[in-house]
Design a protein. Structure first.
Length: 611
């Protein structure tokens, strides 16, 4: 078996005192029905997650702005909005603004809402759909990561991979109820990609890597670096062994064709422009061109390795040069926002900063498992050096190391880094845990096994960080976090429905939540295609009261809503002391604002705007 482990020496049950025949039958069942058993575990996890998070489901606690906007996009689809029209008309009315997503992730949410409508109200149908839908891609992720460890570590190693997955500190957050945005689906495609990279069957492996990359790119460009690196690994595999030409050819067709189908089926009207933030003609051209060139390399398939390397380098140079020549606007940041908006907003997005710029209390639990995973894939590759599994281990090892290094770019890749670390951590556990379990010393068997499990799974980081005297949030940070979460509660914002529907001028981060829970419209959300409206909100709160009034009039706003001490409000006070919001925070209310009543204890402040 791969990694040099014999099937009969380190099965899942180890040397547990079972009848050998019974143990053999049990291990055979675990091997034969692993997909069915994995899905059974997934059902149990789904039921548990929905039950344990029922309070969030009941109150439609879409805590992230992206989750709120995803629901608004689904609502638009179910209300008859065009399939290719992704304009949200409830933000920055009347023209609204276009968001750069696709409808791929909308489909399961919309389908579940329609299903639950048969039995309950639309409000409860939305709650149930938002609670269950994020867990659907978890089933794919479990199967993908299970297939990887079966091929690399042992056919019976998949239960350990699932356990490690369920213990991840940030990856599993992407599958929690109400986390309906696209991250879980892209992680699912990533798990299939890594499974395809080590698939011994060339046609199936190439097809899985190509299609999973195409689907991920069609959903969003967040995983584009991983898709590009997976393509590089496929090419390197062919350079090393020309017998891999079939795998490369199938991958090329699947990538180019799959991306083309994704564009045709899901690209919005707005994404037909030469933009750089989604699957537009820019990246469609790149992916189709890459597919054509890689297919040509596989078809030519020269015998000499040096020639294959030279042709691959030439093909890569053609793609890079063509991209720079035809799409120079995409050589910078894909958002293409103004320097002011980048300085005031994008450069301050915490998840877009590298891991070393985050507090140790947050960074350590994120990085612990990826570090273990890197050591694990290195160990697995070394142990497989004289076996047929070497090529598969090498491909996965390169991918895992790349995923971990991406943490030095942006911390938002932490869920992917933890997911990719699981094969390596399982490889270490598969060697270490049986030895500890069968040790002659009882303390070693008990404490050694528990300690080793906590370390190789990365769980130790989350346990010990609680007791380390580092980066503890101070009272000010806790107050800001409490204020921010208090203002977006369903019970708080829904009270605004007592007022007739109108356009409310409020914080950028509050806009998406406001339009989900109320019948009111808002001005802006934290999305780069909404950049002009974001700047208007910033200029209004940071400028003079007269400037604020003029901006609100231009947007047709008739009410002003603020959340004192929320995170966004602290930015206005720090960046623009003496500005409109700073004056408002000090109870210097201009005469053109009239306070409006809200329920007792509401953390919000509401005003009528008198022009």
């Amino acid at each position: 078996m791969v990694a040099g482990v014999k099937p009969d020496s380190s099965g899942t049950l180890g040397r547990i005192a079972l009848n050998p025949e019974l143990r053999s039958q049990l291990e055979a069942e675990l091997d034969r029905h692993w997909i069915r058993l994995t899905l059974l575990v997934w059902v149990g996890v789904t039921v548990y997650y929905v039950w344990s998070n029922w309070g969030y489901v009941r109150w439609l606690s879409l805590g992230d702005t992206d989750d709120n906007m995803r629901l608004m996009q689904v609502r638009g689809l179910l209300a008859g909005q065009g399939w290719y029209d992704l304009t949200n008309y409830r933000l920055n009315p009347p023209m609204g603004f276009n968001i750069h997503w696709s409808r791929i992730v909308d489909l399961p949410i919309a389908g579940m809402i329609l299903f639950f409508r048969l039995f309950t109200t639309n409000a409860w149908a939305e709650r149930l759909a938002c609670g269950i839908a994020p867990l659907i891609p978890l089933s794919i992720t479990m199967v993908g990561i299970g297939a990887t460890v079966r091929r690399l570590v042992h056919p019976l190693a998949w239960p350990l991979a699932i356990i490690f997955l369920l213990g991840t500190s940030v990856t599993m957050l992407m599958y929690l109820p109400d986390r309906i945005d696209h991250h879980g689906w892209q992680l699912a495609m990533l798990s299939l990609t890594v499974a395809g990279l080590c698939d011994p069957k060339p046609v199936r492996g190439g097809l899985i890597v190509g299609l999973s990359s195409a689907v991920s790119i069609s959903i969003g460009l967040e995983m584009l670096p991983y898709a590009a690196f997976a393509g590089a690994i496929q090419t390197l595999r062919w350079i090393w062994d020309r017998r891999e030409s079939t795998r490369l050819a199938v991958y090329a067709v699947a990538l180019g064709g799959g991306t083309a189908l994704g564009f045709a089926g899901f690209a919005s009207y707005a994404n037909y422009a030469m933009r750089c933030d989604a699957l537009t003609p820019v990246y469609l051209t790149v992916m189709v061109a890459a597919g054509v060139l890689l297919f040509a390399l596989a078809w030519i398939n020269p015998e000499r390795r040096g020639v294959r390397l030279g042709l691959a380098v030439l093909a890569g140079a053609v793609i890079v040069a063509g991209f720079a020549h035809f799409f120079p606007q995409c050589l910078g940041r894909p958002e293409q926002v103004s320097p002011e908006l980048q300085r005031n907003w994008l450069d301050n997005v915490r998840e877009a900063k590298p891991i070393y710029k985050h507090p140790f209390r947050l960074a350590f639990p994120m990085a612990a498992l990826p570090i273990v995973g890197v050591f694990g894939v290195a160990l697995g590759t070394w142990r497989a050096r004289r076996t047929r599994a070497l090529l598969g281990w090498t491909c996965v090892a390169l991918f895992v190391i790349f995923a971990s290094l991406m943490l030095l770019w942006q911390v938002r890749v932490a869920p992917a880094a933890q997911l990719m670390a699981i094969p390596g951590s399982v490889a270490i556990a598969w060697l270490l845990l049986p030895w500890l379990l069968n040790h002659g010393s009882m303390p070693v068997r008990v404490f050694g096994t528990v300690g080793a499990f906590l370390i190789v799974s990365g769980l130790f980081a989350g346990l010990i960080i609680k007791y380390l005297p580092v980066d503890k949030p101070n009272a000010y940070v806790r107050r800001v976090n409490q204020a921010t979460s208090g203002c977006i509660r369903t019970s708080v914002l829904s009270t605004l429905n007592f007022y007739p529907a109108q356009t409310i001028f409020t914080f950028t981060d509050l806009g998406p939540r406001l339009i989900v829970l109320t019948h009111h419209d808002a001005i802006a959300g934290p999305y780069h295609r909404n950049g002009d409206a974001i700047l208007d909100v910033q200029h209004a709160f940071g400028g003079t009261p007269d400037q604020a009034k003029a901006i609100m009039r231009r947007h047709g706003a008739t009410m002003l809503l603020v959340c004192p001490n929320a995170a966004e409000s602290t930015n206005y006070r720090a960046r623009d002391p003496g500005g409109f919001y700073d004056q408002l925070a000090h109870d210097k209310v201009p005469d053109w604002l009239t306070p409006l009543p809200l329920p007792k204890g509401s953390p919000l402040r509401l005003f009528r705007i008198d022009y």
